[in-house]
Design a protein around this ligand. Structure first.
Ligand code: ATP
Ligand code: MG
Length: 286
Protein backbone atom coordinates (compact mmCIF):
# COMPACT_ATOMS: atom_id res chain seq x y z
CA UNK A 1 0.00 0.00 0.00
CA UNK A 2 1.31 3.44 -0.88
CA UNK A 3 1.40 5.55 2.30
CA UNK A 4 2.99 8.55 0.63
CA UNK A 5 0.94 11.78 0.66
CA UNK A 6 -0.05 13.41 -2.65
CA UNK A 7 1.58 16.68 -3.62
CA UNK A 8 -0.36 19.70 -2.44
CA UNK A 9 -1.63 21.46 -5.61
CA UNK A 10 -1.04 24.86 -3.95
CA UNK A 11 2.63 24.01 -3.64
CA UNK A 12 2.65 24.62 0.11
CA UNK A 13 4.59 21.43 0.74
CA UNK A 14 7.66 22.70 -1.07
CA UNK A 15 10.85 22.93 0.93
CA UNK A 16 11.20 26.60 1.91
CA UNK A 17 14.32 28.12 0.49
CA UNK A 18 15.64 31.16 2.32
CA UNK A 19 17.30 34.10 0.64
CA UNK A 20 20.95 33.71 -0.18
CA UNK A 21 22.87 36.92 -0.38
CA UNK A 22 26.40 37.79 -1.34
CA UNK A 23 28.64 40.33 0.33
CA UNK A 24 29.01 41.78 -3.18
CA UNK A 25 25.33 42.80 -2.77
CA UNK A 26 24.96 46.11 -0.92
CA UNK A 27 23.74 45.82 2.66
CA UNK A 28 20.25 47.20 3.38
CA UNK A 29 20.81 49.74 6.10
CA UNK A 30 17.49 51.54 6.52
CA UNK A 31 15.71 54.55 5.04
CA UNK A 32 16.77 58.11 4.37
CA UNK A 33 14.82 61.23 5.32
CA UNK A 34 12.68 60.93 2.18
CA UNK A 35 11.76 57.33 3.02
CA UNK A 36 13.98 55.90 0.30
CA UNK A 37 15.93 52.72 1.02
CA UNK A 38 19.62 53.14 1.83
CA UNK A 39 21.99 50.42 0.73
CA UNK A 40 25.61 50.24 1.77
CA UNK A 41 28.17 48.54 -0.46
CA UNK A 42 30.46 46.84 2.06
CA UNK A 43 32.83 44.94 -0.18
CA UNK A 44 36.25 46.63 -0.40
CA UNK A 45 35.14 48.98 2.40
CA UNK A 46 35.03 49.29 6.20
CA UNK A 47 32.60 51.05 8.51
CA UNK A 48 33.01 52.85 11.82
CA UNK A 49 29.87 53.35 13.90
CA UNK A 50 29.94 55.98 16.65
CA UNK A 51 27.40 57.55 18.97
CA UNK A 52 26.42 58.05 22.59
CA UNK A 53 25.28 55.11 24.76
CA UNK A 54 21.93 53.81 23.54
CA UNK A 55 22.08 55.56 20.16
CA UNK A 56 21.72 52.30 18.25
CA UNK A 57 25.30 51.29 17.38
CA UNK A 58 25.06 47.62 18.31
CA UNK A 59 21.72 47.33 16.53
CA UNK A 60 23.23 48.68 13.33
CA UNK A 61 26.19 46.36 13.69
CA UNK A 62 23.74 43.48 14.05
CA UNK A 63 22.03 44.50 10.79
CA UNK A 64 25.37 44.37 8.97
CA UNK A 65 26.32 41.05 10.58
CA UNK A 66 22.87 39.68 9.65
CA UNK A 67 23.46 40.44 5.97
CA UNK A 68 26.90 38.85 6.10
CA UNK A 69 25.59 35.81 7.99
CA UNK A 70 23.18 35.12 5.11
CA UNK A 71 26.03 35.30 2.59
CA UNK A 72 27.62 31.90 2.08
CA UNK A 73 30.66 33.73 0.64
CA UNK A 74 31.51 35.44 3.96
CA UNK A 75 32.95 34.02 7.15
CA UNK A 76 32.25 35.79 10.40
CA UNK A 77 34.83 36.82 12.93
CA UNK A 78 33.06 38.54 15.83
CA UNK A 79 34.55 40.43 18.77
CA UNK A 80 32.28 41.67 21.51
CA UNK A 81 33.55 42.49 24.99
CA UNK A 82 29.92 42.76 26.14
CA UNK A 83 29.17 39.27 24.73
CA UNK A 84 25.41 39.72 24.33
CA UNK A 85 25.40 42.14 21.39
CA UNK A 86 26.93 39.80 18.81
CA UNK A 87 26.68 36.62 20.90
CA UNK A 88 23.47 35.49 19.20
CA UNK A 89 25.49 34.92 16.01
CA UNK A 90 28.04 32.65 17.67
CA UNK A 91 26.85 29.46 15.97
CA UNK A 92 27.04 31.10 12.56
CA UNK A 93 30.53 32.52 13.20
CA UNK A 94 33.93 30.98 12.64
CA UNK A 95 35.20 32.83 15.70
CA UNK A 96 33.44 34.59 18.53
CA UNK A 97 35.58 36.48 21.02
CA UNK A 98 34.03 37.72 24.28
CA UNK A 99 35.78 39.73 26.99
CA UNK A 100 39.22 38.20 26.40
CA UNK A 101 41.88 40.56 25.06
CA UNK A 102 44.56 37.92 24.48
CA UNK A 103 42.08 35.86 22.44
CA UNK A 104 41.13 39.03 20.53
CA UNK A 105 44.81 39.67 19.74
CA UNK A 106 45.39 36.05 18.70
CA UNK A 107 42.31 36.18 16.47
CA UNK A 108 43.39 39.40 14.76
CA UNK A 109 46.86 37.90 14.26
CA UNK A 110 45.26 34.94 12.49
CA UNK A 111 43.24 37.28 10.28
CA UNK A 112 46.45 39.19 9.54
CA UNK A 113 48.18 35.95 8.49
CA UNK A 114 45.26 35.07 6.21
CA UNK A 115 45.52 38.56 4.73
CA UNK A 116 49.27 38.20 4.07
CA UNK A 117 48.77 34.76 2.48
CA UNK A 118 46.05 36.11 0.23
CA UNK A 119 48.27 38.95 -0.95
CA UNK A 120 51.05 36.46 -1.65
CA UNK A 121 48.58 34.42 -3.71
CA UNK A 122 47.37 37.47 -5.66
CA UNK A 123 50.94 38.55 -6.35
CA UNK A 124 51.84 35.08 -7.56
CA UNK A 125 48.87 35.24 -9.95
CA UNK A 126 49.68 38.78 -11.04
CA UNK A 127 46.43 40.16 -9.66
CA UNK A 128 45.64 43.14 -7.45
CA UNK A 129 42.32 42.29 -5.79
CA UNK A 130 39.82 39.50 -5.38
CA UNK A 131 36.43 39.35 -7.11
CA UNK A 132 33.11 37.52 -6.71
CA UNK A 133 33.33 33.69 -6.66
CA UNK A 134 37.06 33.89 -6.14
CA UNK A 135 39.15 31.03 -4.79
CA UNK A 136 38.72 32.35 -1.28
CA UNK A 137 35.66 33.86 0.35
CA UNK A 138 35.36 37.10 2.24
CA UNK A 139 35.72 37.67 5.99
CA UNK A 140 33.74 40.14 8.08
CA UNK A 141 35.53 41.24 11.24
CA UNK A 142 32.84 42.85 13.41
CA UNK A 143 33.89 44.47 16.66
CA UNK A 144 31.39 45.99 19.07
CA UNK A 145 32.75 48.58 21.49
CA UNK A 146 36.37 48.83 20.35
CA UNK A 147 37.18 50.68 23.59
CA UNK A 148 36.92 47.48 25.60
CA UNK A 149 39.91 46.03 23.74
CA UNK A 150 41.78 49.25 22.92
CA UNK A 151 41.48 51.12 26.22
CA UNK A 152 39.92 49.04 29.00
CA UNK A 153 40.95 45.37 29.18
CA UNK A 154 44.55 44.17 29.55
CA UNK A 155 47.59 46.40 29.90
CA UNK A 156 48.78 49.28 27.71
CA UNK A 157 51.00 47.02 25.59
CA UNK A 158 48.15 44.64 24.80
CA UNK A 159 45.77 47.51 24.03
CA UNK A 160 48.29 49.06 21.64
CA UNK A 161 48.91 45.72 19.99
CA UNK A 162 45.17 45.24 19.49
CA UNK A 163 44.85 48.72 17.94
CA UNK A 164 47.87 48.16 15.70
CA UNK A 165 46.51 44.84 14.42
CA UNK A 166 43.07 46.30 13.80
CA UNK A 167 44.62 49.25 11.97
CA UNK A 168 46.60 46.90 9.74
CA UNK A 169 43.50 44.86 8.90
CA UNK A 170 41.42 47.97 8.18
CA UNK A 171 44.22 49.43 6.05
CA UNK A 172 45.22 46.36 4.04
CA UNK A 173 42.26 43.97 4.24
CA UNK A 174 39.97 45.55 1.66
CA UNK A 175 41.50 44.26 -1.55
CA UNK A 176 41.57 40.68 -0.25
CA UNK A 177 37.96 40.68 0.93
CA UNK A 178 38.51 41.35 4.63
CA UNK A 179 35.92 43.86 5.81
CA UNK A 180 35.85 45.53 9.23
CA UNK A 181 32.70 46.89 10.89
CA UNK A 182 33.41 48.43 14.27
CA UNK A 183 31.40 50.38 16.84
CA UNK A 184 32.44 52.72 19.61
CA UNK A 185 30.72 55.15 21.95
CA UNK A 186 33.36 57.80 21.32
CA UNK A 187 36.05 57.51 18.68
CA UNK A 188 38.35 60.01 20.43
CA UNK A 189 42.10 59.57 20.30
CA UNK A 190 42.27 57.79 23.68
CA UNK A 191 39.95 55.07 22.32
CA UNK A 192 41.01 54.82 18.69
CA UNK A 193 44.23 56.30 17.37
CA UNK A 194 43.26 58.90 14.69
CA UNK A 195 45.47 56.99 12.26
CA UNK A 196 43.02 54.08 12.60
CA UNK A 197 39.85 56.17 12.72
CA UNK A 198 40.62 57.98 9.49
CA UNK A 199 40.95 54.72 7.55
CA UNK A 200 37.26 53.83 7.68
CA UNK A 201 35.59 54.55 4.35
CA UNK A 202 32.08 54.62 5.82
CA UNK A 203 31.23 56.30 9.10
CA UNK A 204 27.89 56.34 10.84
CA UNK A 205 27.26 58.83 13.64
CA UNK A 206 24.27 58.00 15.83
CA UNK A 207 23.25 60.74 18.26
CA UNK A 208 26.29 62.26 19.96
CA UNK A 209 26.35 64.21 23.22
CA UNK A 210 27.91 67.28 21.59
CA UNK A 211 29.00 68.73 18.25
CA UNK A 212 32.68 67.94 18.83
CA UNK A 213 31.93 64.23 19.20
CA UNK A 214 29.88 64.37 16.00
CA UNK A 215 32.84 65.87 14.15
CA UNK A 216 35.10 63.17 15.58
CA UNK A 217 32.96 60.50 13.89
CA UNK A 218 32.04 62.26 10.66
CA UNK A 219 35.28 64.15 10.16
CA UNK A 220 36.44 67.60 11.12
CA UNK A 221 34.39 70.53 9.81
CA UNK A 222 30.95 68.99 9.30
CA UNK A 223 29.43 70.76 12.31
CA UNK A 224 30.54 74.09 10.83
CA UNK A 225 28.76 73.12 7.62
CA UNK A 226 25.52 72.38 9.46
CA UNK A 227 25.77 68.63 10.02
CA UNK A 228 25.83 67.51 13.62
CA UNK A 229 24.63 64.24 15.13
CA UNK A 230 23.91 66.20 18.30
CA UNK A 231 20.75 67.48 16.58
CA UNK A 232 19.24 63.98 16.59
CA UNK A 233 16.42 63.43 19.08
CA UNK A 234 17.69 61.21 21.94
CA UNK A 235 14.49 59.17 21.64
CA UNK A 236 15.14 58.49 17.98
CA UNK A 237 17.51 55.55 18.38
CA UNK A 238 18.95 54.17 15.16
CA UNK A 239 18.87 57.59 13.48
CA UNK A 240 22.22 58.97 12.41
CA UNK A 241 24.40 60.57 9.78
CA UNK A 242 26.08 58.30 7.28
CA UNK A 243 29.07 59.55 5.36
CA UNK A 244 31.25 57.95 2.74
CA UNK A 245 34.76 58.98 1.73
CA UNK A 246 34.51 62.29 -0.05
CA UNK A 247 30.72 62.53 0.35
CA UNK A 248 28.25 64.59 2.36
CA UNK A 249 26.55 63.20 5.49
CA UNK A 250 23.12 61.68 4.83
CA UNK A 251 20.46 61.30 7.48
CA UNK A 252 19.51 57.61 7.84
CA UNK A 253 17.13 55.74 10.09
CA UNK A 254 18.65 52.31 10.50
CA UNK A 255 16.58 49.16 10.17
CA UNK A 256 16.12 47.29 13.42
CA UNK A 257 16.21 43.58 14.15
CA UNK A 258 14.52 42.42 17.34
CA UNK A 259 16.11 39.62 19.38
CA UNK A 260 13.55 37.19 17.92
CA UNK A 261 14.51 38.31 14.37
CA UNK A 262 18.19 37.83 15.13
CA UNK A 263 17.67 34.39 16.67
CA UNK A 264 15.67 33.27 13.63
CA UNK A 265 18.25 34.62 11.17
CA UNK A 266 21.19 33.29 13.19
CA UNK A 267 19.67 29.79 13.34
CA UNK A 268 19.08 29.85 9.59
CA UNK A 269 22.61 31.16 8.98
CA UNK A 270 24.08 28.39 11.17
CA UNK A 271 21.98 25.86 9.22
CA UNK A 272 23.21 26.98 5.77
CA UNK A 273 26.79 27.05 7.08
CA UNK A 274 26.71 23.60 8.70
CA UNK A 275 29.51 21.28 7.60
CA UNK A 276 28.32 19.32 4.55
CA UNK A 277 28.89 15.56 4.44
CA UNK A 278 31.81 14.57 2.24
CA UNK A 279 30.26 12.82 -0.83
CA UNK A 280 33.24 10.42 -0.96
CA UNK A 281 32.53 9.34 2.59
CA UNK A 282 28.92 8.54 1.62
CA UNK A 283 30.08 6.47 -1.30
CA UNK A 284 32.43 4.51 0.86
CA UNK A 285 29.75 3.89 3.45
CA UNK A 286 27.25 2.68 0.83
N1 ATP B 1 17.07 51.38 14.29
C1 ATP B 1 16.38 51.38 15.43
N2 ATP B 1 15.05 51.58 15.43
C2 ATP B 1 14.34 51.57 16.58
N3 ATP B 1 14.88 51.39 17.81
C3 ATP B 1 16.20 51.19 17.88
C4 ATP B 1 17.02 51.18 16.69
N4 ATP B 1 18.29 50.97 17.07
C5 ATP B 1 18.27 50.86 18.41
N5 ATP B 1 17.02 50.99 18.89
C6 ATP B 1 16.62 50.92 20.31
O1 ATP B 1 17.65 51.49 21.09
C7 ATP B 1 18.13 50.57 22.06
C8 ATP B 1 19.63 50.72 22.25
O2 ATP B 1 20.28 50.36 21.03
P1 ATP B 1 21.75 49.77 21.02
O3 ATP B 1 21.93 48.75 22.10
O4 ATP B 1 22.01 49.36 19.63
O5 ATP B 1 22.57 51.06 21.41
P2 ATP B 1 24.14 51.24 21.55
O6 ATP B 1 24.46 52.51 20.87
O7 ATP B 1 24.85 50.02 21.10
O8 ATP B 1 24.30 51.41 23.12
P3 ATP B 1 25.60 51.14 24.02
O9 ATP B 1 26.55 52.26 23.72
O10 ATP B 1 25.08 51.19 25.42
O11 ATP B 1 26.15 49.81 23.64
C9 ATP B 1 17.72 49.21 21.52
O12 ATP B 1 17.53 48.28 22.56
C10 ATP B 1 16.44 49.51 20.80
O13 ATP B 1 15.35 49.49 21.70
MG1 MG C 1 26.12 48.74 22.09
Amino acid sequence: MNTDTPLDPRGVDRVPVGPLLSIFDPVYLGIDEYGHPVYLPMIYRNILIGGEPGSGKSSLLNTIVAHAALCPDVRLCLLDGKQVELGLWENAADVFVGPAIIRAITTLRRVQTVMDNRYAYLKAHRRRKIGPNDVFGQILVACDEIAYFSATAGDKKEQELFSALLRDIVARGRAVGIIVAAATQRPSSDIIPPSLRDLFAWRFAGRTTNDVSSDIVLGHGWYARGFTANSIDPNNQGEGYLIAEGGTPNRVKAAYLTDADIIRLADYAAYIRRPKPDPNEWEMAA
